[in-house]
Each structure stands twice: as structure tokens, then as C-alpha cells.
Design a protein around this ligand. Structure first.
Ligand SMILES: [Zn+2]
Length: 558
């Protein structure tokens, strides 16, 4: 008997397991947790083959569960121009021109993270023509629901003179009959993104379809390189499980190949993306994905839908008109049809996750889940709503009553992390601020919480997310929406695992569960809340394998 492979000792272990909340040491063997207990108990298990790791009093947690991100898109974007925090024409132009000089071969110069107010007026193609006119360039808003393109990009994409679009997707036209350069929602900007040559990586979010032709081995190798970059980025932030919020079978195949090649460093759950134009029979593809991918590393078993757009472009569906307008956005699914769709997905035993941002979208989504439950009878469905940026008070208790998970993002409330407060005035009536970006209120009324970043919409850093959750200030005259440290940690671990139907595998440090853990570079209970975001990750272990080890304390990531 050579003993467990690794023992992490002298740690402040926060297990997220109510039966055994605190410990000092953990032993790992065969990709599983062998023991959680006191230093003496666990060290006594050591054998000649055991690597003994002194945590130096640092906090050890279950590996983070990222409940809402876009791994393939995020990995792809890591190599694109980053415009987060950039303001004003001069900086914008300088950065784009530098990037162009360094990337002479790229058919489209694509930038990410462009704030809606990056210039002091709405961005037009003419603005971007002044940045670079002779090559196609485009930039995406942080929420990934708006793209601005220059004239060369619009021409190359064939949409300079407009294009027919499904409801909610808009090539914005100017009074001169040409596109202004602003493109709202996926279908409108996908012709521009197609110029990059990797549009097939966008299918999981754009159409829910599969690449045609199916990418050959060489193309898949390139795609896997991008996914690997995304996975390494996530491992650096302590993430060992993630719920990918776009997808198709191709996404699962890439991940499965990476698992077989020993390159998959996190558990990934991938949905079937159901679009409004699809016939119910297309759900056969969702059931087939669920049946094909059931391992511990790559799973499906859920269906993602979008009920509306986003707040900044006013495509979120509200119960009341936006301030100073006669517009309230529109739902992407008709209410009765949505109930039928939910009922059919639920009948198939699949989970549902719906992006719903406006209070109208949230209500219509709850109505769909409620109808499914009434028609099919209750089951352990754990349907979830993504974002919930505004909710009508009457709907708050319905989440808990129906067992719905509130999958919310602590970095998203304006003012909480990177998003500007200007959104609040622009989008929400002052008397509704008390109903915007609720967390504690939802939890107090019985909703399950799962926290996430929506990366690449915001920084994937869980530590920054924890800080945002702990330090968010109440909006003027509104209640405090923070939850306590342990609840925050739970929403990033056990809560997320439960919401993903993965609680039998991960999310807690408990004997028999997977050896998924993260060692924080400090004692999280004594770090001031406003410094948590700067605290590093000392070690990430997924399934017993070290995936991030910046100081070499466990002999390096392998
Ligand atoms: Zn998302």
C-alpha cells in the first residue's frame, strides 16, 4: 500500500459540506477524495508514494463551479484585441492600429470588450473608418449582443445596404439607406464574424446548428488549441467545472477528443441550443446529445434558450416601456408556444436554462416552467433562469416555489465591478432600481443561487466575482443585495454543482467525491473584502490532477 497520491495539510479547509464544514487536511487518491479531517487523522494515511503538501494555513475549497460561461468563444477571443477599460478615439485608434500592424494576415481585425460609451456618441462605421479604412475591422460590446463594424467589414460581409433579419436582430440603417455600422444580436453580426474564418465556432451560440462540412482533423486541432487556451485561463482562476451556455454536438466532440488526449482540465456541461424557429422535433438532437455524452468530464442533458436580448441595447423584454420611450423590447418566443416547448423538454427528462434579463422575459420563462410542471407533474428538474436583471416583485416567490435556480452574475450589476452605472439611468426607471439585480432577496424567498461570470462577457476571475458579491453597494434607496461570505462561496461551488445536477460528483470536499479543489493564496475569512479580487490562486486540482500551480508547490501543472 503506497498510500494516497497527495495529502494537502495545514490548510483551512472550508468543505461546503454541512455535515463536516471545516477541516485541516484532505487526502486524494485515484482522482477521488479519500479523506477530509484533522491534520493527525489525514497525515496518518500517508504512505511512501504520498506527496505531502503543506498549505501554510491557506484556504482550501472545492474547485470552483462556473455556472455560466462560454468556453469556446472565450478561448477564441483571448487572441483578439482587448478593449476593456478603453475610452476615447485616440486610445481606440492607437490600439487597433498596433493590433493591425502585428496581425497583417487577419481577414478581420476583431476587438472585444468595447464599452457602449467608448466614444462620447453612438459609434458609427465612419468613426471606425477613421481608425482603419483599408481593412475590415469590428468590435464587440462586453455583453456580446452588439457589434460595430467599419465600412470595409460591412461591404465584405455584404450587409452595407442592409439585410433581412429575424425579429430582434437588426442591421441598424441610417437615413441615407446604408448601414450605420451598428449590428444588434447574433444574426445581424454573424456575416461580419464569418470573415474571421472561424464562424463555425459561433454556431453553438448563433444557430444551435452543426458545422457543415464537419471540420477535419486539422481544423479540429486548431479549434482545440483555442479551447485549451480557454481551459488554461479558467484553471488559473481555480475553476474545475463549468456550465457552457452555448453549444452543439460539435462542442461536445471537441471536448471529448480533448478528454481522450488528456487535455481536458475541467468538467464541462454543454447544452443543446433551441432557437425560436426550430420545430419541436429538433429536440431529438438534444436527447441524442444527452445520451451520447454522460461521462464525468463532458456532459449535456440540458437545453438553452434565449427569451430576450440585453439591457444596454434595449433588447431585453420588459413589462413596462424603457424610460423616455414607448418601447419595451419583445420576447423571442411566443408565450403559449414557449410553454409547449418547455413541456416537451421537461417530458424528455432534460433540464432547461433560459437567458431572461427583463422582467417580462423572466415572467414568461417562469410561466413556461410552471406550465411544464403542471402538465408533466413535478420532478427533480432544476430548471434555471440565467441573469434575471429585473424582476417584478410578484414573481420573486415563484422561483423558490418552483425550485428554479437563479443563475446570476455578481460582476454584472452596474457599479459592482466593471460595468458603468450609466446603464441604470438609461435602462431602469428609478422606482424599479429596487427590483434590479436581486440576489439576497431571491435567496430569501427560496431560490437556489448559482454564481458565474458569463465569461467572456466579464472577467472569469472567481476571486474578483467574490469581491464584487461581497462589496456591492446598495443602489440609492434600495435594499442591500449582498449575501454572506459562506453563501457566496457556496454559490461558486456546491450551489453551482447542484444547479448542474453534479452534486454527486463535485462541489463539496467530501469523501468519495471527485478530487476537485482550489487553494486560495491566503485565508479568505481574514482577507478584507475589497482585497479578495487581488488574491491569487495557489493551486488548482481537477480530478486529482494539478491544473494550475504557479509556484510549483505541487511540482507544477501536468
Ligand atoms: Zn451567457
Amino acid at each position: 500500500m503506497s498510500g494516497p497520491e497527495m495529502i494537502i495539510t495545514n490548510a483551512k479547509v472550508l468543505t461546503m459540506d454541512e455535515d463536516n464544514p471545516r477541516a485541516e487536511a484532505v487526502a486524494l487518491s485515484g482522482g477521488r477524495i479519500l479523506a477530509v479531517g484533522s491534520r493527525e487523522e489525514v497525515e496518518a494515511l500517508a504512505g511512501p508514494g504520498t506527496r505531502l503538501l503543506d498549505a501554510g494555513g491557506r484556504t482550501l475549497l472545492p474547485g470552483f463551479v462556473e455556472s455560466h460561461l462560454h468556453l469556446v468563444l472565450g478561448g477564441n477571443e483571448l487572441s483578439q484585441l482587448q478593449l476593456g477599460g478603453v475610452h476615447g478615439f485616440d486610445d481606440l485608434a492607437r490600439l487597433f492600429r498596433d493590433y493591425a500592424a502585428k496581425n497583417p494576415e487577419l481577414p478581420l481585425l476583431m476587438a472585444q470588450g468595447a464599452a457602449y460609451e467608448i466614444l462620447d456618441h453612438p459609434v458609427t462605421r465612419q468613426d471606425l473608418d477613421q481608425v482603419i479604412a483599408d481593412r475590415p475591422i469590428a468590435m464587440m460590446a462586453p455583453d456580446h449582443h452588439t457589434v460595430w463594424a467599419n465600412t470595409a467589414a460591412l461591404k465584405a460581409a455584404g450587409i452595407l445596404h442592409g439585410a433581412a433579419m429575424p425579429p430582434g436582430h437588426v442591421v441598424v440603417m441610417g437615413s441615407d439607406g446604408t448601414a450605420t455600422g451598428e449590428l444588434l444580436e447574433f444574426e445581424a453580426f454573424s456575416p461580419v464574424l464569418a470573415l474571421t474564418g472561424d464562424l463555425h465556432l459561433q454556431l453553438g451560440i448563433a444557430t444551435g446548428g452543426e458545422p457543415d462540412p464537419w471540420p477535419d482533423a486539422a481544423q479540429r486541432a486548431k479549434d482545440k488549441q483555442k479551447v485549451a487556451a480557454g481551459l488554461a485561463h479558467c484553471a488559473m482562476h481555480g475553476i474545475t467545472s463549468m456550465v457552457n451556455m452555448d453549444g452543439n454536438r460539435y462542442t461536445c466532440v471537441l471536448l471529448k477528443e480533448m478528454e481522450q488526449e488528456g487535455r481536458l482540465t475541467a468538467r464541462v456541461k454543454v447544452p443543446f441550443h433551441f432557437k425560436p424557429h426550430m420545430d419541436l422535433t429538433e429536440l431529438d438532437r438534444a436527447s441524442a446529445m444527452a445520451a451520447e455524452f454522460q461521462g464525468e468530464w463532458v456532459t449535456s442533458g440540458f437545453v438553452k434558450m434565449f427569451m430576450d436580448g440585453v439591457v444596454d441595447s434595449r433588447t431585453a423584454f420588459m413589462l413596462h416601456d424603457y424610460p423616455g420611450t414607448t418601447e419595451r423590447g419583445a420576447p423571442l418566443f411566443e408565450a403559449e408556444r414557449f410553454k409547449d416547448i418547455c413541456t416537451e423538454i421537461d417530458r424528455r427528462g432534460l433540464q432547461i436554462a433560459v437567458h431572461a434579463i427583463g422582467d417580462g422575459a423572466v415572467r414568461q420563462t417562469i410561466d413556461g416552467y410552471e406550465a411544464a410542471r403542471l402538465r408533466n407533474g413535478p420532478r427533480d428538474s432544476r430548471h434555471r433562469i440565467e441573469h434575471i436583471e429585473l424582476i417584478d416583485r410578484a414573481d420573486v416567490p415563484r422561483l423558490g416555489a418552483l425550485g428554479i435556480t437563479a443563475s446570476v452574475q455578481p460582476p454584472h450589476p452596474p457599479g459592482a465591478m466593471d460595468f458603468p452605472m450609466s446603464t441604470m439611468d438609461h435602462v431602469f426607471h428609478r422606482h424599479r432600481w429596487k427590483d434590479a439585480y436581486l440576489t439576497r432577496t431571491l435567496a430569501e424567498h427560496g431560490a437556489h443561487l448559482a454564481f458565474a461570470s458569463d465569461w467572456p462577457v466579464t472577467d472569469v476571475s472567481v476571486m474578483r466575482g467574490i469581491q464584487a458579491a461581497l462589496t456591492r453597494k446598495p443602489y440609492e434607496g434600495c435594499q442591500d443585495e449582498r449575501v454572506g461570505l459562506m453563501e457566496v462561496l457556496k454559490a461558486y461551488t456546491a450551489g453551482g454543482a447542484w444547479a448542474a445536477h453534479m452534486e454527486g460528483l463535485t462541489g463539496k470536499l467530501r469523501k468519495g467525491l471527485a478530487a476537485d479543489l482550489v487553494l486560495i493564496d491566503g485565508d479568505i475569512e481574514s482577507i478584507p473584502a475589497e482585497q479578495v479580487g487581488r488574491t491569487g490562486i495557489a493551486l488548482t486540482v481537477a480530478g486529482g490532477r494539478v491544473t494550475h500551480d504557479p509556484s510549483g508547490m505541487a511540482g507544477g501543472a501536468g
